[in-house]
Design a protein around this ligand. Structure first.
Ligand SMILES: Cc1cc2nc3c(=O)[nH]c(=O)nc-3n(C[C@H](O)[C@H](O)[C@H](O)COP(=O)(O)O)c2cc1C
Length: 401
């Protein structure tokens, strides 16, 4: 049986967590409820106890006898910790490593997935403190079910209303039963910026952080793929458990991809590969004796185009950062490089490099266009995989697999 620890904190929406308990119980999921002191001002523990059919934890130092040390035993037993509703206070405590009550302590002690559904006044939600704390927790890997907009209990109208229980329930189910739709598929993802050497100590490179490629590799791994991340220079860190191969130059990256290309089901080129290289790399460090000198650059290999030419059954996905005529350029690249999809980013409003969010428009070989809207790179990665999976399913059906 799956175990959810439902952490209820002190907001008006606390009563909605009752419905969540009953939804989970109907799906034969064990629910242990913990409530902060403030939460008990809004709903009684007895209501949660009746619905969950378990004792409710209301104080770290007043633990039911049935548990050894409740915050440790529940932290170990849980498959998912769900904080519903999550106050600005608990979000702040979690983001700063404060553990002064049962909920903040147990979450710190758990290896389980953590889901947070914030609910609060619109101004509180929009405040830089809350937004920074949410960004930090997202970067740790916690799942957020964002609040909706509407009329709040305080009379304000805007964002901050607890997400609908159906959506929170769906997200918990996804964490409890993750989809493994990419199981058995071999995928290469490239990430980061490549370097073009100038002399033994200097390189020409770009500002790619590698975040999008890393998010894709992580999403693919979570969805069961056999994924290899071939990466250039990265400023973001790669989560544990992802196979990585370092390839700093265009040539190395091309070589590493081609080594396993024939045996690969799909390649997602999210790396920012250098278009130019230095015609003659100096053997020795260039001295600063001259006031100026000229570097001659020549076009480097177009890796993606090469892959398009060698393509058999692989699905090939490219990325395009465009500052003008996004659609025309993206479609032209899709065609010229023999790709199946191209994920285009409009960079005219500011660079996407290094940012947490992007806004992808996906163009498919069959002419279909899908705009994802502004999403975190993790969410964009899953949306992209959903679209690729539709193509995989279509091909499996045509080949009768
Ligand atoms: C009537 C009332 C409603 C409140 N609603 C919310 C809310 O929706 N979200 C929130 O973050 N804080 C809300 N608060 C403030 C929290 O209860 C307060 O910050 C408290 O310290 C939270 O404690 P906890 O995070 O330990 O539950 C509310 C307070 C009152 C008195």
């Amino acid at each position: 049986m799956k175990n959810v620890v439902l952490c209820v904190t002190g907001g008006v929406a606390a009563y909605k967590a009752l419905e969540l308990v009953s939804r989970l119980k109907k799906h034969n999921i064990n629910v242990d409820v913990a409530m902060t002191k403030s939460a008990q001002e809004f709903v009684t523990p007895l209501s949660f106890q009746s619905l969950s059919q378990n004792p409710v934890i209301t104080d770290m130092f007043d633990e039911p006898k049935a548990y050894e040390i409740a915050h440790i035993s529940l932290a170990k037993k849980a498959d998912v910790f769900a904080v519903v509703p999550a106050t600005a206070n608990i979000i702040g405590k979690m983001a700063h490593g404060i553990s002064d009550d049962f909920i903040s302590t147990s979450i710190m002690a758990t290896k389980a997935e953590v889901l947070i559904a914030p609910a609060m006044n619109t101004q509180m939600y929009a405040s830089p403190m809350v937004q920074e704390n949410i960004a930090k927790l997202k970067s740790i890997g916690y799942t957020f079910v964002s609040p909706g907009a509407g009329r709040l209990a305080c009379g304000d109208v805007g964002e901050g209303k607890l997400a609908v229980v159906d959506d929170i329930f769906d997200e918990i189910m996804k964490l409890l039963y993750p989809k493994k739709d990419f199981a058995g598929r071999k995928v290469i993802v490239t990430a980061g910026g490549t370097e073009a050497p100038v002399d033994p100590v200097r390189v020409l490179t770009n500002r790619s952080s590698g975040k999008m490629g890393i998010a894709l590799a992580k999403a693919l791994k979570d969805r069961g793929a056999d994924v290899t991340l071939i990466h250039g220079h990265l400023t973001a860190s790669v989560p544990d458990g992802i196979k990585t191969v370092s390839a700093l130059t265009n040539e190395q990256m091309d070589h590493e991809i081609l080594k396993c290309y024939d045996d690969t089901d799909m390649v997602i080129m999210a790396a920012a590969v250098s278009d130019f290289k230095v015609r003659e790399i100096s053997k020795h460090k260039i001295k600063k004796s001259e006031d100026s000198f000229t570097l001659e650059l020549v076009k480097d290999k177009d890796i993606l185009k090469g892959l398009g030419e060698k393509k058999k059954n692989q699905i090939l996905i490219g990325f395009a950062a465009e500052s003008q005529d996004l659609e025309a350029h993206a479609r032209e690249k899709l065609e010229r490089k023999n790709l199946d999809f191209i994920a285009a980013n409009d960079i005219s409003e500011g660079m996407v490099f290094g940012k947490e969010k992007n806004s992808i428009i996906l163009y498919a070989k069959d002419g279909k266009m899908t705009a994802f809207g502004e999403l975190s790179k993790e969410e964009s990665a899953h949306r992209l995989l959903d679209e690729i999976m539709k193509e995989v399913t279509r091909r499996d059906q045509t080949t009768g697999l």
